[in-house]
Design a protein around this ligand. Structure first.
Ligand code: ADP
Length: 336
């Protein structure tokens, strides 16, 4: 049929819906959106529009929200056109993920405002320190002291800029669009290797209980960065001679990666806010460890974009456990 070959060449997702709301055609993009299960449309909003089109025989358009995965709050906003076809009560549905561009624009605007504020601190310190160096140019001891503080501030600035770039990359990307199949245990091992030097310098042992593994779909660098950030925080907010342990568990096609420490913990009232950009419980301590306040918001973005969610359990002076839950890749043929 001419229409089908045209739809197969169109960019974006398309469906043809027969009476009984059954999809008799879905192009690969439509399958990837996860809007169908066993040929049936999962979105009540879309079903409602299809019914209106059948009743009125008039084209409808609007936006609908669909979940990125079976858990978590990650949503995609999709623009839909529902068009009546004359042949046998069929309805054509065209779906596009355009609203993502609008969201990225809004997020970036807020982000720029936060960044300008955060950059002012180290830049202000550098300018004061350089004045102090000039003022003390005949006192070599003072010059050494100010210059080494300048080095610390310059490093802080570099880390901040690096994390800002990482966060904006994560915010702009859609890891599910070019997803690779990845083994969770490979990701954890790589993240652990990256953190080993810091852990050794703080006499913290890293352990990994490799009981359950699964494959997930996503971006290797981003997922490794997420696990890395959790391990690095666990190390930074723990006293020397303690243990940081990573473990996994699998249930209902969801894998949970947990990072547990025996550290300072987080007051209950703060556990919601720590995922916000630039939020730190104790800015002085975070400054000491070189924290930027961006690590956890990077993790949250990555996990949400992979259709998962992050949670934390914590008790002050006992420790914290951060858990990432991600949908696993279901082997072909096992889909229910
Ligand atoms: P930072 O760069 O300051 O570590 P994050 O976004 O990674 O920023 O974390 C935000 C805040 O959450 C930290 O400043 C710290 O107060 C708290 N936090 C994060 N992880 C832990 C942990 N494992 N134990 C105790 N506090 C933590």
């Amino acid at each position: 049929m001419l229409l089908l070959s045209a739809l197969n060449q169109l960019e974006g997702a398309s469906l043809i819906i027969a009476p009984g709301e059954i999809a008799i055609f879905a192009n690969p993009e439509a399958e990837n959106l996860g809007i169908l299960r066993e040929g049936r449309i999962q979105s009540e909003e879309l079903l409602a529009s299809i019914r209106v089109v059948r009743r009125t025989n008039l084209k409808q358009n609007g936006t609908i929200e669909i979940a990125r995965g079976p858990i978590g709050e990650g949503k995609r906003e999709i623009t839909v056109d529902v068009i009546p076809l004359s042949e046998g009560d069929l309805v054509l549905v065209l779906l596009r993920d355009e609203s993502e561009a609008q969201r990225v624009h809004e997020v970036r605007r807020d982000f720029v405002a936060n960044i300008s504020h955060e950059l002012k601190t180290p830049i202000g310190a550098l300018s004061l320190l350089s004045e102090a160096v000039l003022g003390a140019k005949d006192d070599s001891e003072a010059v050494t002291k100010f210059a080494s503080r300048m080095q610390i501030e310059a490093k802080r600035l570099t880390d901040l800029v690096q994390e800002i770039i990482q966060l904006s990359r994560v915010q702009d990307s859609d890891p599910l669009q070019e997803a690779q199949s990845l083994s969770v245990s490979d990701i954890i091992k790589e993240a652990l290797d990256q953190c080993r030097t810091t852990a050794d310098s703080r006499k913290i042992t890293l352990s990994y209980d490799q009981t359950q593994d699964a494959n997930i779909l996503g971006d290797r660098d981003q997922l490794t960065m997420a696990v890395h950030n959790l391990i690095e925080n666990a190390i930074n907010y723990s006293p020397v001679d303690t243990n940081v342990s990573v473990s996994t568990s699998l249930a209902n096609q969801i894998i949970t990666i947990s990072v547990a420490d025996q550290g300072i913990g987080i007051p209950e009232a703060e556990t919601e806010r720590i995922f916000e950009r630039f939020y730190r419980v104790d800015p002085a301590r975070s400054r000491e460890t070189g924290g930027t306040g961006l690590g956890l918001s990077i993790v949250k973005h990555i996990v949400t974009k992979h259709g998962g969610e992050i949670s934390v359990w914590s008790a002050e002076n006992v420790g914290s456990t951060f858990s990432i839950r991600l949908p696993i890749q279901i082997p072909k043929g096992d889909e229910k």
